[in-house]
Design a protein around this ligand. Structure first.
Ligand SMILES: [Zn+2]
Length: 228
């Protein structure tokens, strides 16, 4: 059975790019962060087509480079929009982050594309923008937040994705346990390495008190539902 990586950066130059295919036994969504890597992802998507899911978007750390005119052509190839969101460590102020986040979010909503969200702090702004733009299909990647917040986003239809890094932290584990079972996904946030994904599956199964086959079924179903 393939393993599902909801948030990969396999096309980033630091991972030496993508060869002919994904690592064997892995299905993945590759997310972009700025226009330079969107170019690379676009060529990978043209080559691999439906073998990968491609998310195009400008990350809050690159918020200042967003341009709707430059962004629109990438949406023709997009299976999702992302990773976009808020980051309290971004050099860009909250108003700039919000304005470019909402611009991308609105485009996703109008095209019925799922959204991959990067959220470090500013959760209240995230909640407001999601409601304002009418976004109902979003995934908070590297999910790590108090369970009260997780319940709020869960109630809004949000999905949550976890890597080993999150599952090692108390807040990440709390979020995994608070999320509805049909909203959970797993990720590498790196190069979709199968061995790393296997460890992530094992750790998540352990935290949830599930057997490996049961968790695999849940993740497969949730991945298909989110990216359909
Ligand atoms: Zn990422």
């Amino acid at each position: 059975m393939p393993l599902f990586d909801a948030h990969s950066h396999l096309h980033f130059p630091e991972f030496a790019g993508l060869g002919d295919d994904l690592p064997s036994g892995v299905a993945a969504c590759l997310a972009s962060a700025n226009f330079a890597d969107m170019q690379i992802l676009a060529s990978v998507k043209k080559r691999l087509g439906s073998k990968i899911f491609a998310a195009f978007g400008v990350h809050p750390k690159f918020a200042g480079e967003f341009s709707a005119e430059k962004f629109l052509p990438f949406l023709e190839l997009a299976d999702a929009v992302g990773e976009i969101g808020f980051d309290k460590y971004s050099e860009y102020g909250l108003d700039i982050q919000r304005s470019f986040f909402e611009a991308q979010l609105s485009l996703a909503v109008s095209r019925n594309l799922p959204v991959i969200i990067h959220a470090v702090g500013h959760f209240d702004c995230l909640e407001k923008s999601l409601k304002k733009c009418g976004s109902k299909k979003f995934l908070i990647h590297a999910a790590k937040m108090p369970k009260e917040l997780a319940k709020i986003f869960d109630g809004m239809g949000g999905y949550f994705s976890f890597g080993l890094r999150e599952l090692e932290s108390a807040k990440g584990r709390a979020c995994l346990l608070a999320a509805s079972r049909d909203k959970i996904l797993l990720e590498t946030d790196k190069n979709s390495d199968r061995a790393a994904l296997e460890k992530t599956y094992d750790r998540a199964a352990e935290i949830l008190g599930l057997g490996a086959p049961a968790l695999q079924k849940i993740i497969e179903k949730n991945f298909a539902e989110f990216f359909k």
